[in-house]
Write a protein that binds this ligand. Structure first.
Ligand code: HEM
Length: 383
């Protein structure tokens, strides 16, 4: 009997221990959640009903950009969701983007920084431009440095030699691979990454076939990108951040904008500390904005005044408002030269006589979207 009782007791104890351990967390989460969508006037933007504790996490799936675009079609151009306890607001029309990136930019320019991105030392966090929470004096100083010292027109001009040198090396590498299958993404990535490496620390980081010249640097970068795009429990339940449940020890920093004070967008309430994003992907595929949006027609821009520098809110690849990409002038020069060289110097064909319409164009979610299956092409030098 005694033996049975102690077995039962130990069985119960096994169950009790995790329950007792979970209780404080559940208490904190319930305390923080209050009502899923509290009644407000004006109301929160519409959205799918959130489940207790997890909110709308299950709605996101593996391709959150697609899920959010579909929710936008169902509920409207400005929607709200809960990811854990975190309120997420998503704009997916030019009107919503204009309000977020222009009209309310002063209040919405804060950025919600993922817990994984904090540096251990506060001093280091202050050195990071992209991961500064709010547009404070320090952020202004770093932006000024970018404008005057890193990306000013005369500096970009002065970088012509290293830029051309890296692109010539790329062309040389592709010539050596004539008739062979190459992974275009890796070649272009190495060209741009090494150009930045040469500009900032005078060295190449990576080889054209994906090998690492300086293992620590490119390895570190890949690891950081991986961490940024992996959901972190303390981003969904900020209240748990202090427990460091994933053992991140606040190593590193949010691609979302964060609200500093409650405001109104499109006649809806956007509460303080919401995360606010613009779904640029959804706008890029909206037939109300683009004729035949899914067809590759670069000529659609030929006789158009549409600008990509943050003034036309249906097309904001570099973002807009105060936090628009400061690297835009450098990126534009680099992309034009790289792409023009690839097209001008080579004829390209697909392996195994594949036709372009047979290509798998599925994308993979990440810090930036990529093709799920990298593009493989065969270069042939043009005569
Ligand atoms: C095709 C190339 C690039 C694209 C499409 C791009 C796009 C973007 C976007 C969408 C943002 C966020 C804007 C927002 O929050 O509204 C951003 C921010 C940023 N980008 Fe870029 N970018 C590119 C290249 C570069 C380069 C070459 C650099 C620097 C060498 C750079 C440095 C930054 C920094 C530091 C920020 C954060 C700015 C801030 O928070 O104030 N980007 N970029």
């Amino acid at each position: 009997m005694e033996g049975m009782a102690s077995t039962l007791l130990s069985g119960e104890t096994y169950l009790l221990i995790p329950i007792l351990l979970l209780l404080p967390f559940l208490f904190l989460i319930f305390k923080h959640i209050r009502k899923p969508f509290p009644s407000r006037f004006p109301p929160l933007p519409p959205g799918p009903y959130p489940w207790p504790i997890i909110g709308n996490l299950l709605h996101m799936g593996k391709k959150p950009h697609v899920a959010l675009a579909q929710l936008g079609q169902a509920h409207g151009p400005l929607i709200s969701l809960r990811l854990g306890t975190q309120l997420l607001i998503v704009g997916s029309s030019p009107a919503a983007a204009t309000e977020i990136l222009k009209i309310h930019d002063r209040l919405l320019c804060g950025r919600h920084v993922p817990h994984v991105s904090y540096a251990k030392s506060l001093d280091h966090n202050h050195l990071s431009l992209g991961w500064t929470f709010e547009c404070n004096e320090r952020w202004k100083f770093l932006r000024t440095l970018c404008r005057t010292e890193l990306f000013a027109p005369k500096i970009i001009d002065a970088q012509t030699n290293p830029r051309e040198k890296k692109v010539k090396e790329m062309v040389g590498f592709l010539c050596s691979k004539e008739g062979e299958v190459v992974r275009v993404r890796e070649v272009v990535f190495a060209t741009i990454f090494n150009f930045l490496g040469n500009i900032f620390v005078s060295e190449d980081f990576i080889t054209f076939d994906g090998g690492e010249k300086d293992g620590s640097m490119s390895g570190l970068l890949r690891r950081i990108i991986e961490l940024w795009t992996t959901p972190n429990i303390s981003d969904l339940y900020p209240i748990l951040g202090g427990f460091d449940l994933q053992g991140l020890n606040k190593k590193a920093m949010e691609c979302f904008r964060r609200i500093c004070a409650t405001c109104q967008v499109m006649n809806y309430t956007i509460p303080k500390d919401s995360q606010v994003i613009v779904n640029v992907w959804a706008m890029g595929r909206d037939p109300a904005i683009w004729e035949d949006p899914l067809t590759f027609k670069p000529e659609r821009f030929l006789n158009s005044d549409l600008d990509f520098k943050g003034n036309d809110f249906e097309f904001v690849p570099f973002g807009g408002g105060r936090r628009i990409c400061p690297g835009l002038p450098m990126a534009v020069r680099q992309i034009h030269l790289t792409l023009a060289s690839l097209i001008h110097k080579f004829e390209w064909s697909l392996p195994h006589n594949m036709q372009p319409n047979q290509l798998d164009m599925n994308e993979k979610f990440g810090l930036t979207l990529q093709k799920e299956h990298p593009l493989l092409l065969i270069p042939k030098l043009r005569m």
